[in-house]
Design a protein around this ligand. Structure first.
Ligand code: G3P
Ligand code: CA
Length: 269
């Protein structure tokens, strides 16, 4: 049995509509939903007091006005920070938010993102990436499953029906999730083609491959091999029109992009 999708290519908003709004903020995810994205991608890390928050980097320095490692800070510390202003850089603001919407650029918990998705009046999927290495390895996955359970999302009847999937560059992280919840879809992310996976196999029964756009550009035959092996292929981060064309030509299943509206327009959706 294959796991190939016979559905239109899925457009996934990478860190939200992160070209236009500050990544991993409620503002970026609301924009992505408004733009028509099929799914939202987010990176998760565990705070010192055990909350899952949507932050890409190990430290908050790049995307907030604070400093320090997420894993060493408590949620209350993170809640004092502004995760929006950095987007404007030193030049004239190219992104602005109304004062009454400032709360949309404070730290985003995964719980709040799940609520947003639950309150959206259409199906919006969620691709959650566990970030490694972290001092909280193991606990991240444990907390993630507990949180998903609260939303009734931890044990879908089948992978195809699940609105949530877990992604990671860490095969061990995916293994932990799959051991506890075998029907939750897992995506193995790849920055390069590992020699031991060159034949199109994925680690530990994972059925979805997440290669970088660089892999798709430089090794299209590998993408075809993954597809032939029955895997879904979700490519990141696809922002250029010629890369969208490449992905369509290769028959990939999902395009993960910072500009969901532009990609949807290109796909005539
Ligand atoms: O969607 C996968 C992609 O997000 C992985 O890279 O560094 O943007 O998390 P990164
Ligand atoms: Ca990511």
């Amino acid at each position: 049995m294959t796991h190939a999708r016979q559905l239109p290519i899925q457009v996934v908003a990478h860190r939200g509509a992160s070209e236009e709004a500050p990544e991993h903020t409620l503002a970026a995810y609301k924009k992505a939903i408004e733009d028509g994205a099929d799914a939202l991608e987010c990176d998760v890390r565990l705070t010192a007091d055990g909350h899952l928050v949507c932050v890409h980097d190990r430290r908050v320095n790049r995307t907030s006005n604070g400093r320090g490692a997420v894993s060493a800070l408590e949620l209350a510390d993170l809640a004092t920070l502004d995760f929006g202003s950095w987007k404007n850089g030193d030049e004239a603001p190219d992104w602005e938010i109304a004062p009454e919407e400032r709360a949309d650029t404070s730290v985003l918990t995964l719980e709040r993102l799940l609520e947003l998705v639950a309150d959206t009046g259409r199906r919006v999927e969620l691709a959650i990436e566990t970030k490694h290495p972290t001092r909280w390895a193991g606990q991240v996955e444990e907390r993630l499953l507990v949180l998903l359970k609260r939303f009734g999302l931890d044990a879908p009847a089948s992978a195809d029906e699940s609105p949530v999937r877990i992604m990671s560059f860490s095969a061990r992280s995916l293994h932990r999730v799959r051991a506890a919840s075998p029907t939750l879809p897992a995506v193995y992310l790849m920055q390069f083609v590992s020699p031991r996976l060159r034949d199109g196999r994925l680690p530990g029964g994972v059925r979805i491959a997440g290669p970088s756009i660089r892999i798709a550009r430089n090794h299209p035959a590998y993408i075809e091999r993954l597809k032939k092996a029955g895997h879904q292929v979700h490519v990141w981060t696809v922002n250029e029109p010629e890369d969208v064309d490449l992905c369509v030509g290769l028959g990939v299943d999902a395009i993960i992009t910072n500009r969901p509206r532009t990609v949807l327009d290109q796909l005539h959706r």
